[in-house]
Ligand binder design. Structure first.
Ligand code: PLP
Length: 398
């Protein structure tokens, strides 16, 4: 389990718990976030309360969010849906139809979730609760699935990334074959969080060709919308081929609806039914309408992608000019190799009102930076120069 190294019980109960209140997470959700080593731990610690003004004062480059907020089309859809606020039953904005139209699938292939995080949990509940089942996945990757496995007393078989920080597909195949009888499912985050690297279409095909056919594969495409690399492709066609593949998508990133909680899974009807039996989250009226509007506003998504990638490329070039190496990214975040422990540097950024990603063991010398607005990225660049006045070869001011 990748607990954040610097989160003591005291800070957990003090500042971090107050932060949970500020961020509207339930205590259970918050415990999960922090235990998973969430970047929540990077918020100011040791404080009882944090005002909205203070929250506003931070450049928030730690959660891979969309910093621009929903476009007008989506805001209007939510405004409209307020009239359902007092109802249990209401028209849902045709969210399911919008998803099936987009992917050319049937309603039976879709499972909606209160964020894709709910769906990742549900896959764990559906496939890891039998005797001694394990999830096979890469390390580091998005920690939620592994954390869920731990919380339901299941286990994870983690395969280290390759030297170039790509996922080790032959390694995942070998681990699955070796532990076939205990493998509940394989988890593949594509592109991967925290590294931003993709698994190619050919690699996914190879994985599916070489593992036993009945092993479910959960492919988390949270950052799908930011990918430019032509070797990448969504894994939804494998679902239509009848493989036990579950593809998850979220409205929290490109669609800027993280606080509203909506995601979905595309899978076979059999798997969909199995997942639905374990669902507990509820999806509110506003976000159903918002999600449908977001899928239709392709121009807004294209704009977010363009500005995000431009700012990412600029930030990375800037770091290269200072002598720092970065990992090639296909997402709205990137990692820079600091060649020194990242935790004190995170704290230096925090002092300068810039929140950056938490450490991702074993990559404890890499800093994950989400791409914010132009203003936030300028604040990041300024803080970086202050913390590393001599560039990569000089010392640092932490
Ligand atoms: N998957 C990945 C790879 C993520 O990075 C995140 C959030 O950061 C999620 C899933 C969960 O997203 P949500 O529950 O907001 O849809």
């Amino acid at each position: 389990m990748d607990l954040p190294p610097r989160v003591s019980r005291r800070t957990f109960l003090g500042g971090a718990a107050a932060t949970a209140g500020m961020l509207s997470l339930s205590p259970v959700e918050f415990a999960r976030w922090t235990a998973a080593g969430s970047p929540l731990a990077a918020l100011p610690q040791g404080r009882r309360r944090q005002s909205e003004d203070e929250w506003d004062s931070y450049a928030k480059l730690h959660f891979n969010e969309n910093p621009y907020g929903p476009p007008d089309s989506v805001m209007q859809a939510m405004q409209h849906a307020f009239k359902f606020a007092n109802r249990y039953g209401y028209p849902d904005g045709d969210i399911l139809q919008a998803i099936t139209d987009l992917h050319g699938v049937r309603p039976e292939n879709v499972v909606l979730g209160a964020g894709s995080g709910e769906l990742l949990d549900v896959v764990g509940l559906a496939y890891l609760t039998d005797n001694d089942k394990r999830v096979v996945g890469s390390d580091p990757s998005y920690g939620s699935v592994y954390q869920q496995a731990t919380s339901i007393k299941a286990d994870a078989i983690k395969v280290p990334l390759l030297d170039d920080y790509r996922q080790d597909i032959p390694g995942l195949i070998a681990a699955t074959k070796k532990h076939y009888r205990n493998t509940g499912f394989i988890y593949l985050c594509n592109p991967n969080n925290p590294t931003g690297r993709i698994v190619t279409k050919r690699e996914i095909q190879r994985l599916l060709d070489e593992i036993p056919e009945d092993v479910p594969v959960l492919i988390d495409e949270a950052y799908h919308h930011f990918v430019e690399d032509g070797d990448y492709g969504t894994s939804i066609p494998h679902v239509l081929d009848g493989r036990p593949v579950i593809v998850t998508r979220t409205f929290s990133k490109i669609a800027a609806l993280a606080g509203m909680r909506l995601g979905y899974a595309i899978t076979t009807p059999e798997i969909a039914r199995r997942l639905q039996a374990h669902q507990t989250g509820t999806i509110n009226a506003l976000v159903k309408w918002a999600g449908a509007a977001a899928l239709k506003d392709t121009a807004a998504q294209a704009h977010v992608k363009q500005v995000t990638l431009d700012l990412r490329k600029k930030a990375m070039a800037d770091l290269h000019s200072l002598g720092f190496a970065t990992i090639p990214s296909e997402t709205n975040f990137f990692m820079v190799h600091l060649k020194r422990p990242v935790q004190p540097v995170i704290e230096e950024f925090q002092k300068r009102k810039v929140l950056v990603g938490r450490p991702f063991p074993p990559m404890t010398e890499h800093l994950r930076v989400s791409v914010g607005t132009a203003d936030e990225m300028a604040r990041f660049a300024k803080a970086f120069r202050e913390i590393f006045p001599g560039g990569a070869t000089g010392g640092s001011n932490d």
